[in-house]
Unconditional design. Structure first.
Length: 84
């Protein structure tokens, strides 16, 4: 059984090139079952994590500082941290 990945992308962050590299990014995580979600003005990383993050082994984001900050807030809010 493969691990599950939630990939959050902000398609308008920075110089708007993240979509260009989506295939390359997915190839890096080919061993994972990937769920890719794009942010929108009404649905940011926090809301995406609330909706799709519960059963994921790994959550990553592609975007700028704001995307990363909101992803961390969503992870903390939902207590998605494991201790080994």
């Amino acid at each position: 059984m493969s691990e599950k990945l939630l990939l959050i992308m902000n398609p308008v962050a920075g110089v708007k090139k993240s979509n260009k590299y989506l295939t390359d990014i997915l190839c890096l995580f080919s061993d994972y079952e990937c769920n890719v979600q794009m942010t929108t003005p009404k649905k940011g990383p926090e809301e995406i994590i609330d909706e799709y993050g519960k059963d994921k082994d790994l959550v990553i984001c592609v975007g700028g500082d704001g995307t990363f900050n909101e992803m961390i807030s969503g992870l903390i809010k939902n207590q998605f941290f494991r201790t080994k």
